[in-house]
Design a protein around this ligand. Structure first.
Ligand code: 13P
Ligand code: SF4
Length: 307
């Protein structure tokens, strides 16, 4: 089936079932085109909670679908590619985090949203890359255990120096693979370009960028900027999205390593198959075990403190 034909079939299924499709901005362009909402993980969480209808299909990775289910337990939530997970989400077990917390009595445990629901359940509050510094600043606790992304944690440390932030050795294998040398090389090739990077990148990259921000912030900055050339330090599909939106500007990918295999697992055919299965009543819903439902508190706190 052609892309256009598949898209038309998905749109018809959406109308038939009342399904809402929520897509992370890293998804392929043909998926973004048929989505009801596109955004970074913070925006998707809020949309899952607030959108009308009782069925949500998440195009992204598992923790995003779990978060949607936590925030909208009354809705049926589905993930378009069953096996799409974020490798960072599974880097620590709840037991390891509880042991770590015991070393810092009185600290608040702050979990990046890219974690499993079971892990969130033992934490005080979640953050996304767009809300991390705001939330850490707003917490009463002076001492923070920030898990699992050391790079995002280090970035927050620089923005909120008044708090004592303990870090673990976790992180995004995609963003953390980019080196300062690659950045220097990209700047040499494109000396006029502004450098926009995600805070999951190493400090040697974020400290030498013109702008550091979550996916949505990078998109907004580049769209509004009067500059015409940009080096982009986040998933390749953001370069594609920006090039569609701003044909008069030029976007260069900071490193070929910026390819998230898990985010790319979802195809338009997967979305169609899942939408059809939902219509047929045969699709498997996201369900949460009792210990995972304890994660709701940390997500609610994120939305309360992060606006
Ligand atoms: P955002 O919160 O910027 O969407 O980040 C999610 C993610 O997985 C980045 O790699
Ligand atoms: Fe996880 Fe990194 Fe992929 Fe984002 S880009 S989903 S943090 S592995």
């Amino acid at each position: 089936m052609q892309t256009y034909e598949l898209q038309q079939k998905i749109l018809a299924l959406k109308q038939q079932t009342g399904l809402k499709i929520l897509a992370h901005s890293y998804q392929a362009h043909e998926i973004i085109e048929i989505a009801d909402a596109v955004g970074d993980s913070f925006q998707l969480s809020k949309t899952a909670r607030d959108c009308e209808g009782d069925k949500i299909l998440l195009c992204g990775v598992r923790f995003m679908a779990e978060t949607a289910k936590l925030l909208a337990p009354e809705k049926q939530v589905y993930l378009s590619a069953e096996e799409a997970t974020c490798p960072m989400a599974e880097q620590f077990t709840p037991e390891e985090i509880l042991r770590e917390k015991a070393k810092h009595p009185g600290c608040a445990v702050v979990a990046y949203i890219n974690t499993t629901a079971a892990l969130k359940a033992v934490c005080d509050v979640c953050v996304t890359s767009s809300s991390a510094d705001r939330i850490v600043r707003a917490l009463d606790a002076e001492e923070i255990l920030f898990i699992p992304d050391r790079n995002l944690g280090d970035y927050v440390r620089r923005l909120v120096p008044e708090k004592k932030i303990h870090l673990l050795q976790g992180g995004c294998p995609v963003h953390a693979a980019v080196t300062g040398e690659e950045l220097a090389h990209a700047k040499q090739l494109h000396p006029q370009a502004e450098v926009l990077v995600h805070p999951e990148c190493r400090p040697e990259v974020t400290q030498n960028a013109d702008f550091v921000g979550a996916t949505s912030a990078i998109l907004e900055y580049a769209r509004k900027s009067e500059k015409t050339e940009f080096i982009i330090g986040t998933e390749q599909n953001i370069v594609t999205a920006l090039q569609y939106d701003c044909p008069d500007k030029r976007f260069y990918l900071l490193s070929k390593k910026l390819f998230c295999a898990d985010m790319r697992l979802t195809t338009l055919a997967d979305v169609y198959n899942m939408a059809q299965a939902i219509a047929d009543g045969t699709a498997e819903e996201i369900t949460l075990r009792a210990q995972e439902q304890g994660a709701r508190h940390a997500i609610d706190e994120m939305l309360r403190l992060g606006g």
